[in-house]
Design a protein around this ligand. Structure first.
Ligand SMILES: CC(C)(COP(=O)(O)OP(=O)(O)OC[C@H]1O[C@@H](n2cnc3c(N)ncnc32)[C@H](O)[C@@H]1OP(=O)(O)O)[C@@H](O)C(=O)NCCC(=O)NCCS
Length: 187
């Protein structure tokens, strides 16, 4: 919802309105698919990727990747990191081909895909990138386990620090209110 009209056009291939985005999020299948996110220190979600495994049993070794990063957080490598994270997960799930639909004008997305070794096929205003994924190894499995643990720990630390600062801010407000309520301080 935080994406502006042009970014919605880049992300979904059309300028999706709020209702269409809501339908998309309602349709996310948390059992089958995987959603990755990056939170900042204020626990605001600044980047989000969706790895959708194909629902077709005959194409079980395919997954589609979609991502968006808040404008203010772009150019810091988050999009590429989510792509790498999703590719590792896809490999570990036995996926051999990851694909990305992007508009041909979407230079950043196509750069991420090309950097990862994807083959990009342009068809007019639209492009499709295919990334061949080798089978999982002990390394990819361990990498994912470690990445998951680090992410959980990072989130817990951020949540505790935020809770602490929220508490401090609340106490400061209570103290100010009490100070203002004292008869000698009221105007
Ligand atoms: C596409 C998007 C996710 C990229 O996120 P990001 O975090 O800014 O990307 P990164 O910082 O990881 O940059 C990835 C690469 O693209 C390059 N890049 C970034 N912005 C670029 C731009 N406007 N033009 C050309 N290259 C660009 C970076 O230099 C980097 O390449 P490098 O590692 O070789 O230097 C982000 O722009 C976005 O959310 N766009 C709107 C939604 C969208 O288009 N989603 C993709 C459709 S599935």
């Amino acid at each position: 919802m935080a994406l502006d009209e042009y970014d919605r056009y880049l992300r979904f291939g059309f300028a999706a309105n709020d209702e269409q985005i809501k339908r998309y999020t309602d349709s996310l299948n948390f059992e089958r698919d995987e959603v990755f996110g990056i939170y900042n220190r204020r626990l605001e979600l600044i980047a989000m990727a969706h790895l959708a495994f194909t629902a077709d049993d005959n194409l079980s070794a395919c997954a589609e990747f979609g991502v968006s990063v808040l404008k203010t957080a772009r150019g810091r490598g988050y999009g590429a990191r989510l792509f790498d994270r999703a590719a590792t997960h896809a490999r570990n799930e036995g996926v051999s081909r990851m694909f990305i639909h992007a508009l041909s004008e979407n230079a950043a997305m196509l750069k991420i895909a090309r950097n990862a070794g994807a083959i990009v096929v342009r068809d007019g205003s639209e492009s499709e990138a295919h990334l061949h994924l080798p089978p999982a190894t002990i390394d990819t499995r361990l990498n994912e386990l470690v990445a998951e643990q680090v992410a959980q720990t990072d989130y817990r630390i951020k949540a505790q620090v935020k809770q602490f600062w929220d508490l401090m801010a609340g106490m400061q407000m209570d103290r100010r209110d009490a100070h203002n309520a004292e008869p000698s301080n009221s105007k």
